[in-house]
Ligand binder design. Sequence first.
Ligand SMILES: *Cc1c(COP(=O)(O)O)cnc(C)c1O
Length: 429
Amino acid sequence: MNHKKSSEAFGKAKKFIPGGVNSPARAFKSVNQTPLFIDKASGSRVTDIDGNEYIDYIGSWGPMILGHSHPEVLRAVENANRNGQSFGAPTLIETEMAELISEMVPGVEMVRMVNSGTEATMSALRLARGYTGRDLVVKFEGCYHGHCDSFLIKAGSGALTLGSPDSPGVTQGSAKDTLIAKFNDISSVQEIFQEKGSEIAAVILEPVAGNMGVVKPEARFLTALRELCTQNGAVLIFDEVMCGFRVSKGGAQELYNIIPDLSAFGKVIGGGMPVGAFGGKKEIMEHLAPLGTVYQAGTLAGNPIAMAAGYTTLKILNEDKGVYEKLEEKSSALEQGLRENLDKAGVPGVVNRAGSMLTLFFTGLQEVSTHSHAVSSDTGRFADYYNKCLREGIYFPPSQFEALFVSLAHSDEDISYTIDKSYEALKSL
Ligand SMILES: *Cc1c(COP(=O)(O)O)cnc(C)c1O
């Protein structure tokens, strides 16, 4: 496979864009590669500027659940575009969108649109703080909530030591208000609540984690979190930016039947356009300006073209018969194939899947249910496997700690080709 044009394009991009990319994961650094520049995408396929075609499991990092360039989404965007790009005034589709989200997601009674997942979690946290009059937030090691200061914090030596910034530029002031607990370890959260329960505004988590690779919650972990928050008057925030509309129609909260106080959305909700949203209990959402005193705003929020793409995507997911069954069939076939491959090739590994999100961890452990399990993976081995699959035309997310995404456009042939080539790659490691 020839990547000459992509290499040249990357060389030029690096002169004008830091690192040549507008988001770090795109740089392919963790698989010792340079990025492919994409020309176009349709269905399950992306084509790079050298004319190579790949089966795409990145799906724009999650949004493209219907596949690329879905005809109904294209039509809706074209129609909206003809009427103008943005008015900074209410439009009918914003209410339809809010109504549809409230209908699909059990914990949402009211919703506000924003432009990214980062904005959604950031605003949900401010609202939780404004509502409770408290400052502290508890987050979990390995969960990603966008790049807002409060969430770019990692644990110190113990759960109760103050968090330390993950990035220069995040102040100690922000870090001291973020406490870190361990995913799937309720005692780590109980300890924090025992010490600081009356100061905690919110607990935020990815209810199905995707940003340390896919790690599923134990049902009793979510139940216990819900109880702890209720007892202590803290707001439980589910960050469903990745798993929302993907692990089931109503997200993780529907799948596990746990109702958070607030939820954050992004990715699928925009159908490929820059969209995020946060929503939840009416009683809390009514504290937002202009109704309440917690300020939050956006010049392009609820943008009509973005709403057209997002609304059409959600409507198809909500109304088309058997959509989630089909996604489950395809994803489960891939899961089983990859697991059999590991056995046949004699390579140690664990395949975790939640709905159409999946990660193959190169670890000798029997299961991956915590952050420390996930980071035990052999990233060198992953990179080797990754590059072998890429050469065969399979475009996986370029990191051991990301989820791959199956879409409705992946055919049985796509899946079985992927399984075959994955086996050859594993065998030659
Ligand atoms: C992607 C992601 C975000 C950030 O969304 P952006 O649109 O990239 O700002 C937040 N939370 C989770 C769980 C995500 O996967």
